[in-house]
Ligand binder design. Structure first.
Ligand code: KG4
Ligand code: ZN
Length: 359
């Protein structure tokens, strides 16, 4: 436990605050307690086993499961940190976007705790959690930075100037990259979630075995398209049936290679745009969201960054996917610049990162 005098001293200097973060917008219930950049406790309850038989997240099951576990998880997290709920100085919870039943769970629990303990409250955008996660781990990552966010529901390139200030460069015209991984895994008979499953079998495959399409290549915008690639994999599976383990590995490796090639091509346009719009800014690319856990894609982006003189910064692989730390940290970052929420906040199924929503 942090000593009170020591804590107060640092707090005055740096606005250190013991922050509770609550996340339940998809299929993980997660709670974290941080003290500025220090992690005090983190608990995650994954619903993967619940959803796996359906090959994807079932919203109604997800919502019920969050409600059942969230109180218990908050209690366990406080216990692990050696704290009482009255020690919490800031509550941060996901306010959207996401599956609305899950978002309502976080929002209602956070409001209740805030009201009962008279604790300041911040509702954060889940995507901002992913966006700022790297700043929790890397203290010299300054604003602004170029951000590539790739998760199960989102695929965007943005410029991040400060918490809550984003300018979108491009996004997907159809599927998100994580979603494409999940759907392709289903075609190949691999388990949900598809991203880690494809990455694992691709390690035994040849990325150049099959020539799959690289959509949007050479286009002057920063948009993505994944649906053509998914259809090409479907045709390939029919052509190559029956699928042996080796064929599945080769298709997975070739799919991953085509995804990485599209990302690098799209980033090339973004690097040029960012350099033109922010000529004096440090050249930094933050890659985050569940897909950023993929080592092959990271390595390809790293090469692309080196070529364009950008520094690549990613959260640790275990913090690329949904977690409570990113929500606690994003709340703290917003609070430090004077943003907070009140009890009128409405949970949001949709909440574009580049749209400023009044709290
Ligand atoms: O950020 P996240 O945990 O949840 C959302 O906010 O969507 O991302 C989950 C997505 C899933 O689609 C999953 O298949 C993908 O991230 N993912 C990966 C990897 N790990 C998770 N995709 C590719 N390679 C991985 N290693
Ligand atoms: Zn996420």
């Amino acid at each position: 436990m942090v000593s009170t005098t020591q804590h107060l001293k640092f707090k005055i200097q740096n606005i250190l605050m013991i922050t509770l973060g609550i996340e339940s917008s998809c299929d993980d219930t997660a709670v974290a307690i941080i003290d500025d950049r220090k992690l005090l406790a983190h608990k995650v309850s994954s619903q993967l086993d619940l959803h796996r038989p359906y090959g994807g997240v079932v919203p109604e099951l997800a919502a019920r499961s969050h409600v059942e576990i969230i109180d218990l998880l908050i209690g366990e997290t406080l216990k692990e940190a050696g704290l009482e709920v009255s020690d919490i100085e800031l509550i941060s919870a996901t306010g959207g976007p996401g599956l609305i039943g899950g978002v309502i769970t976080s929002v209602m629990v956070a409001k209740g705790l805030s009201l009962a303990n008279n604790t300041p409250l911040v509702f954060v955008n889940h995507l901002e959690g992913h966006s700022l996660m790297a700043r929790f781990e890397v203290s010299d990552l300054d604003f602004p930075f170029l951000l590539f966010l790739a998760s199960g529901g989102h695929c965007q390139i943005l410029e991040c100037a400060s918490p809550g200030s984003y300018k979108k460069y491009g996004s997907t015209l159809d599927d998100a990259i994580g979603e494409a991984f999940d759907k392709t895994a289903k075609l190949l008979g691999l388990p949900y979630p598809g991203g880690p499953a494809i990455e694992q079998v691709a390690n035994q495959g040849d990325p150049d075995k099959y020539n799959l399409p690289i959509s949007m290549k050479g286009q002057s915008n920063c948009d993505f398209s994944l649906s053509g690639l998914k259809t090409a994999v479907r045709h390939l599976c029919t052509e190559l049936a029956p699928l042996t383990d080796q064929k599945i590995s080769d298709i997975s490796a070739s799919f991953q290679n085509a995804v990485a090639a599209q990302i690098c091509d799209r980033l090339e346009t973004a690097f040029k745009k960012y350099t033109k719009e922010q000529p004096n800014a440090k050249r930094q690319l933050v890659f985050s969201g569940g897909v950023a856990a993929n080592k092959f894609i990271r390595s390809k982006i790293e090469i692309s960054c080196q070529k364009h003189d950008f520094k690549l910064i990613c959260p640790s692989p275990k913090y690329c996917t949904d977690n409570g730390i990113m929500i606690a940290w994003a709340g703290l970052e917003n609070y430090k610049i004077g943003k907070s929420s009140n009890l009128d906040f409405t949970p949001k199924a949709r909440w574009p990162l580049d749209l400023v929503v009044p709290n």
